[in-house]
Design a protein. Structure first.
Length: 173
């Protein structure tokens, strides 16, 4: 609704022309303000009304990528400044090496920061990964097929909490 009103104000403002400049300015400003204030309000209403509580995963990823981007930009700028100002290399090779170093550090840094953010904000996913890691460690010592099936069912229930679980093991021919 807020968005419709904003679009209406903008359309009225642009259609009015030069003769009614005060109306154009007022309508356009009201449209911009309602869009700027309306989008967060509409997003909050949508999240609460449609029970989009898994938005925490999106927030977790956004936060992790923002931290990684900030760290890599700082690292890149620091390496370029170190190479050009301190060490005295004034060629494009210094910038290329800095770029390669930042690119090489992206994936490990992203994984580490994502684990840190998940452990802090997305506890269910962090606990699920820990449960799977414990099951994988126990898996190499298990010989009995029945205990393996029970351990697998237990790990899946802890990690995913499904409504129904069945394990099918193909018989040997």
């Amino acid at each position: 609704m807020v968005f419709v009103v904003a679009v209406l104000f903008v359309v009225i403002g642009t259609a009015a022309g030069h003769s009614w400049s005060w109306l154009v300015t007022t309508a356009y400003t009201a449209g911009e303000v309602s869009v700027l204030l309306g989008v967060p309000v509409v997003m909050t209403i949508a999240i609460l009304r449609h029970r989009l509580y898994d938005i925490d995963r999106i927030i977790s990823r956004t936060l992790a990528y923002a931290i990684v981007t900030g760290l890599l930009v700082g690292l890149y700028a620091g390496l370029v400044l170190l190479a050009t100002q301190v060490l005295g290399f004034h060629s494009s090779a210094a910038v290329a090496v800095s770029t390669l170093a930042a690119a090489a550090l992206f994936s490990p840094l992203r994984r580490r920061v994502q684990r840190m953010v998940d452990g802090r904000f997305n506890r269910a996913r962090y606990d699920a990964e820990a449960t799977v890691a414990v099951f994988a460690a126990q898996l190499k010592d298990v010989v009995d097929l029945d205990s393996l099936r029970d351990d697998l069912a237990s790990a899946v229930h802890k990690a995913l909490e499904p409504a129904h679980l069945s394990v099918w093991i193909r018989p040997r021919d």
